[in-house]
Design a protein around this ligand. Sequence first.
Ligand SMILES: Nc1nc2c(ncn2[C@@H]2O[C@H](COP(=O)(O)OP(=O)(O)OP(=O)(O)O)[C@@H](O)[C@H]2O)c(=O)[nH]1
Ligand SMILES: [Zn+2]
Length: 325
Amino acid sequence: MEGFVVAVDRGRYTCVLDGTERVAAMVTAMRARELGRKSVVVGDRVALVGDTSGAPGALARIVRIAERSSVLRRTADDDETTAEGRLERVVVANADQLVIVSALADPPPRTGFIDRCLVAAYDADIEPLLCLTKADLAGPEAVLGYYAELELPYVLIRPDSELDALRALLAGRVSVMVGHSGVGKSTLVNRLVPEAARAVGTVSAIGRGRHTSTSAVALRLPRAPGGDGDGWIIDTPGVRSFGLAHVSADSLLHGFPDLVEGTVDCPANCPHTAEAPECGLDAWVAAGKADPRRLASYRRLLASRAGDGDARGEPEPRGEPPTLG
Ligand SMILES: Nc1nc2c(ncn2[C@@H]2O[C@H](COP(=O)(O)OP(=O)(O)OP(=O)(O)O)[C@@H](O)[C@H]2O)c(=O)[nH]1
Ligand SMILES: [Zn+2]
């Protein structure tokens, strides 16, 4: 049987069998030995054998992982001092879209965090979507101004607003949601998927330890009338940010398309850092071709990657609190 992995918890994988609609059609599976050391993550499409009845206590086996259309990674920089802490981890497979949830106030938007997510999205070849919550508390002008050059798709969310625009962008796609604590991510997920609590309850049936809170869970979106195909939203409660040590300096620049053209006159192998004497980016910004805050943000990410900055708490512009995690 073919299935889709919706949750992972300590060696047990919750899968939804293809062609089934209800939460009750979830089966619990373990990895078959023939998978070797290949990891199975949320979003993976897998082949299952054994007891796929989904009955209590039934355990199926995952024997194959389909080729992934995208891989969203993070370097786990929670602990940079140990080899384990520097491990590159696959967060989610086969996502189409990265929904970056940021509040417009309370907590204030952190462009450093958004920039980091954009790099992760471009690196994974996943389309970014900026989801600006608490639009009832503050306007989006400052944030949108900062990204003016990027043509970044965005939606505004307020408590009383219809979610039609967002639903249309999520329909038929697999979207990963990331955001800091308090930005209104849970509120939004509950509005989008009213049965979310029940689905999470199903996950608890296979054992919910303290590790579970850090893993991703896929929730099926209600199908819009006339909508095509299943939409999935993958909540990532434990992923507060993306360590980017696995991203090359060149790939990092892809998260800053407004700066790319400014590097054409750089000397070969220019590191583009503030210390690089002939880096073309300084002139590019001085000529007004890009926002100086964008260059500063790019260089902060470069520095955090090189290990001479604090990847977990790079300073933010405009006196905002540092990005955590
Ligand atoms: N004014 C306003 N408040 C909101 C909005 N969305 C959520 N809130 C409030 O913001 C607070 C945080 O919302 P949550 O949904 O718990 O935020 P979260 O991002 O899930 O945070 P964690 O659960 O810590 O991950 C709650 O008190 C919500 O009621 C909004 O659009 N406008
Ligand atoms: Zn340069």
